[in-house]
Ligand binder design. Structure first.
Ligand SMILES: Nc1nc2c(ncn2[C@@H]2O[C@H](COP(=O)(O)OP(=O)(O)OP(=O)(O)O)[C@@H](O)[C@H]2O)c(=O)[nH]1
Ligand SMILES: [Mg+2]
Length: 473
């Protein structure tokens, strides 16, 4: 496994230098591969984790490594250009779509990855709609530019037509498939080549644009400036009057447009071949929102029923959303939380709104996939975990400032899963995460048995179990 280098303990970062992002997409588009590159280029790991060799940081479960797929979303933290990036790598398989949705609820921004050959696929559409639902600003990365049949422009077209988005091309590919060499940054009009260093750390920047691309790139840049200018009246005036617009002005306006869900910056590259991944990290820093851009959250006071608003700062009273519970054989029950305001200290008590009771926060942990780093407290800067000791809950007096967040419970209707459970008997618990196609043949039910009453009853019980289980998530 790749080694970690950065110690995140005691690194205080101002709120505007925080990005909470999720990597979302269809299965096999390269989310984990790209996340591993993020960790490597930011210095978080010494060695590039490879999906195909089963030595990734983010896919740490043996089942994930065996199958080369992500089953559980994994969180990590890294630093790029002085900005702390909290990342959640999500699974792409339709059966784990609940994992994506519960992560999206607590994220401030998303990096959506597309396969340059496949374009926009079904699950990409699903996660896109989920991100729309939770109002998550996004950037896109068209990955696998090295793959046979890779088509950058067709994929951008599909983002526009199938997803109804407003993509803006930020980097234009130099070559494709085997010939993919790098990208042209349309803002600065620089060509960047990843050719010499196989790990892609070093790249060559040149002001000279390849002759065959000059015309296309000039058109693409003009379109980019027009698209950005259209989102801001002042800039549009300047543009229409024929005045020069600086790169800084363009970046600032684009950032505002991305946060306002008006534009989606699009990048391209190939994570597997270690080419053009750094511009995506730059885009996370430059265009995705910090917690300060979200302004405030609102909730209901449990006693008075009044709507309460809190700013997303450590100075405010505490409020957080527990978005996932995980059972760890060594530590016990872990609760993934997003702290929105205030401070969560180890040894303190918090009010659990769902259960209407207090919970003791025995330890606060910062997660790096399955590695835990113990910290004293969690603030809005950390996507953290705390472990709960339920036994102590009843004897402690109520905290003074509870704030139940006014979000709805998640209800998952995972059709494919229900349909599959109609066909086959429920696997035993330890096999729960095994894809249905791999369940032993013996457990399959014949078509004639499917229509019998006991089976239908069993399906209903199973469906209600899933419903109950996922709505508590
Ligand atoms: N040719 C090519 N293959 C890639 C690239 N990036 C990833 N892959 C391959 O695509 C496959 C899937 O990669 P993952 O990173 O596991 O994809 P994922 O989106 O995380 O998959 P799930 O988490 O299971 O949804 C692996 O075999 C990778 O080696 C790329 O840039 N080019
Ligand atoms: Mg993955």
């Amino acid at each position: 496994m790749a080694q970690q280098s950065v110690i995140t303990k005691n690194r205080n970062v101002p709120l505007d230098k925080i990005r909470n992002v999720g990597i979302i997409a269809h299965i096999d588009s390269g989310k984990t591969t790209t996340t591993e590159r993020f960790l490597f280029y930011t210095g978080r790991t010494y060695k590039i984790g490879d999906i195909d060799e089963g030595n990734t940081q983010m896919d740490w479960m043996p089942q994930e490594r065996e199958r080369g797929i992500t089953i559980m979303s994994a969180a990590t933290t890294t630093f790029w250009k002085g900005v702390r990036i909290n990342i959640i790598d999500t699974p792409g398989h339709v059966d784990f779509t609940a994992e994506v949705e519960r992560s999206l609820r607590v994220l401030d921004g998303g990096v959506v990855i597309f396969d340059a050959e496949e374009g926009v696929q079904s699950q990409s559409e699903t996660v896109w709609r989920q991100a729309d639902k939770y109002r998550v600003p996004r950037i896109c990365f068209i990955n696998k530019m090295d793959k046979l049949g890779a088509d950058f422009e067709a994929t951008v077209g599909e983002i526009r037509d199938r997803l109804g988005a407003h993509p803006v091309i930020m980097t234009y590919p130099i070559g494709k498939e085997q010939e993919f060499r790098g990208v042209i940054d349309l803002l600065t009009m620089e060509a960047k080549y990843w050719e010499k260093d196989p790990q892609g750390i070093e790249f060559v920047t040149s002001k000279e644009i390849p002759a065959d691309l000059q015309e296309t790139v000039a058109k693409a840049r003009a379109k980019l400036i027009e698209q950005i200018a259209e989102t801001d009246d002042k800039l549009l005036d300047k543009y229409l009057n024929g005045n020069e617009i600086s790169v800084d002005e363009l970046k600032k306006t684009l950032r505002a447009a991305v946060i306002a869900y008006k534009l989606i910056p699009v990048y391209c590259g190939t994570s597997l071949r270690n080419k053009a991944v750094q511009p995506v990290l730059d885009a996370v820093v430059d265009y995705l929102p910090s917690p300060l851009d979200l302004k405030e959250i609102s909730g209901q006071d449990p006693k008075t029923g009044e709507v309460v608003k809190r700013k997303l700062t450590p100075e405010e009273k505490f409020s957080a959303l527990a978005f996932k519970i995980q059972l760890d054989p060594h530590v016990g029950k872990l609760t993934y939380t997003r702290v929105y305001s205030g401070v969560l200290e180890s040894g303190s008590y918090v009010y659990n709104v769902n259960r209407d009771r207090q919970e003791r926060v025995s330890r606060v942990l910062l997660m790096h996939a399955n590695n835990r780093e113990e910290i004293d407290k969690a603030t809005p800067e950390t996507l953290s975990l705390w472990s709960v000791q339920k036994t102590l809950a009843r004897v402690i007096p109520w905290p003074i400032n509870p704030l139940p967040l006014s979000w709805k419970k998640l209800l998952f209707r995972n059709r494919s899963f229900l349909w599959q459970s109609n066909r086959r008997r429920r696997p035993i618990r330890k096999n729960y995460l095994i894809p249905c196609k791999d369940w032993p043949k013996k457990t399959r039910l014949s078509k004639s048995k499917l229509i019998t009453r006991p089976v239908r009853r069993l399906c209903l019980v199973w469906a209600s179990f899933i419903w109950k289980f996922s709505s508590t998530g």
